[in-house]
Design a protein around this ligand. Structure first.
Ligand code: NAD
Ligand code: UDP
Length: 314
């Protein structure tokens, strides 16, 4: 049994990770400031004596003793990370420094939840780990993109300089139960709109693409990657290789919800990437891992979650 810290553990991905690590028999410390996370995501874990919750902000230092750290704390949806962009940079950069400092002190292994956003609006397609990206340093998305890029730099430098055992995962668009209904990301928006027969808000003409990974696939990949040897640092892409246009996603959600919603086309946000698709050859070779859940199957499960959530709140 290991003692494992999950920062951002009350968020969408973090809560699934806490649950899975508890199931695997570990002691979990979940740290969160509840900016976008909620106690509802982890309430079912609270009675477990191997689960502890700490309300804390990772921009401030903290002293804990653990074997492993998963650093997930950071708002991930554009509306949330742009709400207070300075705080987003602080969370990524100062949060990384605090967590890396702790990992160094206690010799813990630490994984960073990085993002496909480090590739920006990519000019190489699909994106491989050795692509340096195409990022606007002064746009509305920069607080997140550059914050996460700087966090990767810090992880590598703590590894080079202090031999900290690090793992960097570049996560591509991930969806599933426990996304917030008001999260603003495309999958949750479309499902909530479709279930309420409200217009489906397509930004731009919907030809921009994303690759959607179901949460269970990501968790499997992250756990496998954490187990690799200390010489393996990443970055490693984790995402589903099947690429969809936003228009295709809208049509599929409408079909699966039997919705009467109509499509409503709205302005495209600044610097919205035109296309995004991971090349996951490295993860396949290293871990024998790939995101296998088909979008249709993952959406069915996610729709069932939002359906019961909305019925419960009405
Ligand atoms: P989320 O918003 O649901 O979870 C983030 C969690 O971090 C929340 O519980 C929030 O309250 C907490 N948090 C934010 N700032 C904090 C701070 N300063 N101190 C302590 N806690 C803080 O988002 P998510 O989708 O679960 O994303 C988790 C991580 O994965 C993030 O780092 C995100 O950048 C990364 N990621 C997610 C995706 C995706 O598609 N979901 C894609 C790429 C990367
Ligand atoms: N999007 C959309 N309608 C929405 C929310 C998002 O058309 O209601 C688009 C958005 O412009 C982007 C894509 O869906 O092109 C994915 O957006 P999301 O915020 O989920 O993630 P990210 O842009 O960070 O990949």
């Amino acid at each position: 049994m290991k003692r494992i810290l999950v920062t951002g553990g009350a968020g969408f991905i973090g809560s699934h990770l806490c649950e899975r690590l508890l199931d695997d028999g570990h002691d979990i410390i979940c740290l969160d400031n509840f900016f976008t996370g909620t106690k509802d995501n982890i309430i079912h874990l609270m009675d477990n004596h191997h689960f502890e919750l700490i309300r804390h902000d990772i921009t401030r230092e903290i002293f804990l003793e653990v074997d492993e750290i998963y650093n997930l704390a950071c708002p991930a949806s554009p509306i949330h990370y742009q709400y207070n962009p300075i705080k987003t940079v602080k969370t990524s950069v100062m949060g990384a420094i605090n967590m890396l400092g702790m990992a160094k002190r206690i010799k813990a292994k630490i994984m960073q939840a990085s993002t496909s956003e480090v590739y920006g609006d990519p000019q190489v397609h699909p994106q491989k780990e050795d692509y340096w990206g195409h990022v606007n340093p002064i746009g509305r998305r920069s607080c997140y993109d550059e914050g996460k890029r700087c966090a990767e730099t810090l992880f590598m430098d703590y590894h080079y300089q202090n031999k900290v055992r690090i793992k960097i995962v570049r996560i591509f668009n991930t969806y599933g139960p426990r996304m917030m209904p008001n999260d603003g990301r495309v999958v949750s928006n479309f499902i909530v709109q479709a279930l309420q027969n409200q217009p489906i808000t397509i930004y731009g003409d919907g030809s921009q693409t994303r690759s959607f990974q179901y949460i269970d696939d990501l968790i499997e990949g992250m756990l496998g990657f954490m187990e690799t040897g200390d010489d393996i640092t990443g970055p490693i892409n984790m995402g589903n290789e099947r690429e969809f246009s936003i228009r295709e996603l809208a049509d599929l959600v409408v079909e699966l919800t039997n919705s009467r919603s109509k499509l409503s086309f709205m302005p495209l946000p600044e610097n919205d990437p035109v296309q995004r698709q991971p090349d996951t050859t490295y993860a396949k070779e290293l871990l024998g891992w790939e995101a296998r859940t088909a979008l249709r199957d993952g959406l069915v499960k996610t729709i069932a979650y939002f359906d019961s959530l909305l019925k419960g709140s009405s």
